[in-house]
Design a protein around this ligand. Structure first.
Ligand code: CTP
Length: 399
């Protein structure tokens, strides 16, 4: 996905220039090759050596350098799968908006055909100035993407909008920019994480689900252009960017949220580990310990996926099965019994697969008897394999 991708990073002269070093590091860590172009003013804030060491590549700033004569503005413009300017001053935004090319960075940006992402960072009066906003609007009309600055304390000791966006937001925008939008037009509802079934104000029954698989699906579906609704039980994971996020706790809450958002969806992927049972009684006060054992009576939770399966209409329905024995047989019984289009089965006994891991090993079963074996891979890549199958099915249902 990101491995082998190439970014040209333009750094301009602002106090946030040091954060571009963090961005370079984050991209390199993901296997991205980064070539940095610094403006003359940027070099007042941070040394080119920092970027050279972090990127492992020479740093460019001189238009007419003899040293890198082979890396002129055209070859740098062609190098990047994505061009990024972070931080972007009002000056570079103004130059880009008016087609001025008077140094290496502005020239490369004008010559580039790859997507351009601009991440402004400046004083809030400058950022909200009508001219800067008009320049931004004009660039947007020409297809330039912006990662808007955040609100907070600024270097000039004022508070306002103008802080460089979070590095994670910028990385997400970059990864999204080079992802083919093949799921555009799909509205995909995804459930993730565990549910919590309380029996008094401080205690509950739950499971070890981390939410990683569902969040990976939501991230990838969003990057591929789908409109995503993620309904999640409690999870410590960061909420994927650019999606609709609904936080729930219990299976009953999850059911209500799913049913409320069902309308208009083209696919539903139920990656959540929903508790099958909940305590029959929810005590209003904390249950005090007594001599002898405590018996909790449990009652069945609604089977959400079975309910959707019963009124599936034209939607694609994907479920998950986590089994400790007879993986394929048990998964197939769930697939057919609950009217799913696909079921993603994983074996609890395989190392590297399941709840807390960043990786998974799965089998994708279909009602026709097909079994696609997907070997150990990152949950992000697994998510793409599942979404590829979803895409084939949504297209087939449409035609
Ligand atoms: N599921 C659901 N509602 C429930 C329980 C499960 O929607 N109350 C969904 C899960 O999100 C998953 C699929 O059903 O996509 C299978 O979950 P699993 O717990 O493996 O299957 P169960 O049918 O509950 O069977 P068992 O627990 O007996 O293995």
């Amino acid at each position: 996905m990101t491995e082998g991708k190439r970014v040209v990073l333009g750094v301009t002269g602002g106090i946030a220039a040091y954060k571009a070093a963090e961005l370079t590091r984050a991209l390199v860590k993901k296997g991205v090759s980064v070539k940095v172009i610094m403006t003359g003013h940027a070099k007042e804030f941070i040394s080119p050596l920092t970027f050279q060491v972090l990127s492992g590549n020479p740093v460019f700033s001189d238009m007419f350098s003899q040293e890198h004569y082979d890396m002129n503005h055209i070859s740098l413009a062609e190098y990047g799968d994505v061009m990024v300017v972070a931080p972007a001053t009002a000056n570079i935004i103004g130059k880009m908006a008016t087609g001025i090319a008077d140094d290496l960075l502005s020239t490369v940006l004008l010559a580039a055909k790859a997507p351009i992402i601009v991440c402004p960072a400046m004083n809030d009066n400058m950022y909200t100035h009508g001219v800067v906003q008009e320049n931004i609007a004009r660039l947007k009309k020409h297809g330039v993407q912006f990662v808007a600055p955040g609100y907070g304390e600024l270097a000039c000791k004022t508070e306002g909008v103008g802080r460089l966006a979070d590095i994670d937001d910028i990385v997400e925008a970059i990864e999204s920019a080079w992802t083919d939008k093949d799921l555009r037009g799909e509205r995909i509802l995804i459930t993730a994480g565990p549910t919590r079934e309380p029996f008094d104000p401080v205690r509950f029954i739950t499971n070890y689900s981390s939410g990683k698989m569902g969040y990976a699906l939501a991230t990838m579906a969003g990057r591929r252009g789908a409109e995503v609704i993620l309904i999640s039980g409690p999870s410590s994971l960061p909420v994927p960017r650019g999606i609709t996020f609904i936080s729930v706790a219990s299976a009953l809450e999850m059911r209500d949220a799913v049913m409320t958002h069902l309308e208009g969806t083209t696919a539903i992927i139920k990656a959540a580990a929903v508790a099958d049972y909940r305590p029959a009684v929810l005590s209003e006060s904390k249950i005090k310990k007594k001599k002898g054992p405590l018996t909790l009576h449990l009652e069945r939770n609604p089977d959400i996926i079975a309910e959707i399966g019963a009124k599936k209409e034209n939607r694609v329905l994907v479920g998950f099965a986590m089994e400790s024995e007879d993986l394929v047989e048990n998964a197939r019984a769930k697939l057919l019994g609950k009217n799913m289009d696909l079921i993603v089965a994983n074996d609890l006994h395989q190392s590297g697969a399941g709840f807390q891991y960043d990786t998974n090993i799965i089998k994708i079963l279909d009602p026709q008897g097909g079994v696609e074996e997907v070997p150990l891979m990152d949950k992000m890549d697994i998510a793409n394999r599942i979404l590829d199958r979803v895409k084939i099915l949504t297209n087939a249902k449409r035609s």
